[in-house]
Design a protein around this ligand. Structure first.
Ligand SMILES: Nc1ncnc2c1ncn2[C@@H]1O[C@H](COP(=O)(O)OP(=O)(O)OP(=O)(O)O)[C@@H](O)[C@H]1O
Ligand SMILES: [Mg+2]
Length: 342
């Protein structure tokens, strides 16, 4: 079964987000440069799918494409993005504006930069309700209070009139979640939402996102570098390397039986408190710049399992592994990779 396309084996499943064969190219000083290469990601209803990978692997560009937020000029996008079976790929900007904030929302790493310092937080939440639902000033204000309360801001009736600078970073991130959730979207894309927060605030934020997920039957695409956060939040994971998804799998399998050498490398790089004092293991080398990606396996140069005539010549598609997961490796099924000891 190792040669069947993963898209074929999973196409029947009901997904809220279906990204299929997505490629993104930017016009740069190196000419047209592909930074996202044939990416497939599926987010089932009510589930959280993690998107992990080193810096520059294309996680943010993939999510911006799913939000229709890539620049129109100097960008080429191919493939399809489906939301609940509806193709978003051909939407005009005015139609995207209707979808964003009501059907798909996004929270980013730095909430302060996304909030407008000139308006109260209540105004910024209410504005979304007015824009998408045409609610009156009074109703949208009431919804803002309700939502602030739902994201755990104490004394919401009073705090709704506060400005972003009066809030801590963690509270600003709660406000961003309130803005994202107020119109009850189907899908939330969270791009490193807790990276800038300290550990205790991070934990509260993750708990809050899980609560909101249950309450709103929300599906989440969760982008992060942090495999600890992945373990806590995600049901499934897609691992990206140099613009490609190299493995898509369930959370348990990811940690106990990685299917791609790059995934094994990421697991190896997690600090082990029992091995204090010894050198942290890192994957040798660096992610190559997009204009230097080889035609063959993108991980070829850094892979300790690579065989030149099998891995270094042809492009490798995302193949179905022995247990049905997606693995982009010419040696799929042959390798015995190390997971994390339980
Ligand atoms: N507008 C743009 N024009 C040209 N190249 C871009 C543009 N936006 C992103 N890139 C390039 O696309 C590649 C993928 O970037 P992206 O921001 O998606 O990575 P990432 O996986 O989110 O990394 P990080 O973990 O650091 O956030 C990078 O090489 C980046 O430099
Ligand atoms: Mg990013």
């Amino acid at each position: 079964m190792a040669t069947a396309s993963l898209a074929e084996t999973k196409s029947q499943r009901q997904d809220v987000l279906g990204v299929e064969d997505l490629s993104v190219e930017f016009f740069t000083e190196h000419g047209w440069t592909r930074v996202v290469d044939n990416v497939n990601i599926r987010v089932p209803r009510g589930k959280t799918v993690g998107l992990v990978g080193e810096s520059g692997s294309g996680k943010t560009v993939t999510s911006l494409a799913a939000m229709g937020l890539l620049p129109r000029h100097g960008t080429r996008v191919t493939g399809s993005i489906q939301l609940d079976g509806r193709d978003l790929t051909t939407l005009a900007e005015s139609q995207w504006a209707e979808v964003r904030g009501s059907e798909i929302s996004m929270v980013f790493q730095e909430p302060r930069r996304s909030l407008d310092p000139a308006f109260t937080v209540g105004h910024q939440i209410a504005e979304v309700v007015r824009r998408h639902e045409g609610a009156s000033k009074r109703d949208s204000h009431a919804r803002a209070v309700e939502m602030l309360d739902a994201v755990g801001i104490a004394d919401a009736k009073r705090r709704v009139r506060a400005y972003p600078h009066e809030f801590s970073g963690g509270m600003c991130q709660r406000v961003m979640l309130a803005i994202a959730m107020v119109c009850k979207p189907k899908l939330l894309i969270a791009d490193e939402p807790t990276t800038a927060l300290d550990v205790t605030v991070q934990k509260e934020m993750l708990r809050l996102m899980k609560e909101l997920q249950r309450e709103f039957d929300l599906s989440i695409l969760f982008i992060t570098h942090d495999l600890g956060v992945v373990a806590e939040m995600c049901d499934e994971v897609s691992v990206m390397y140099a613009g490609q998804v190299v493995e898509s799998t369930g959370i348990d399998e990811l940690f106990t039986a990685p299917g791609h050498p790059y995934t094994e490398g990421l697991l190896d790089a997690i600090p082990d408190p029992r091995a204090r004092g010894s050198r942290l293991k890192a994957i040798p080398g660096m992610v190559p710049a997009p204009w230097l990606w080889p035609r063959s396996c993108h991980f070829f140069d850094r892979c300790t399992y690579a065989i030149a005539d099998r891995c270094g010549t042809e492009p490798v598609p995302l193949l179905a592994g022995p247990d049905g997961r997606g693995i982009r490796c010419a040696r799929v099924g042959e390798l015995e990779l190390r997971g994390i000891d339980q």
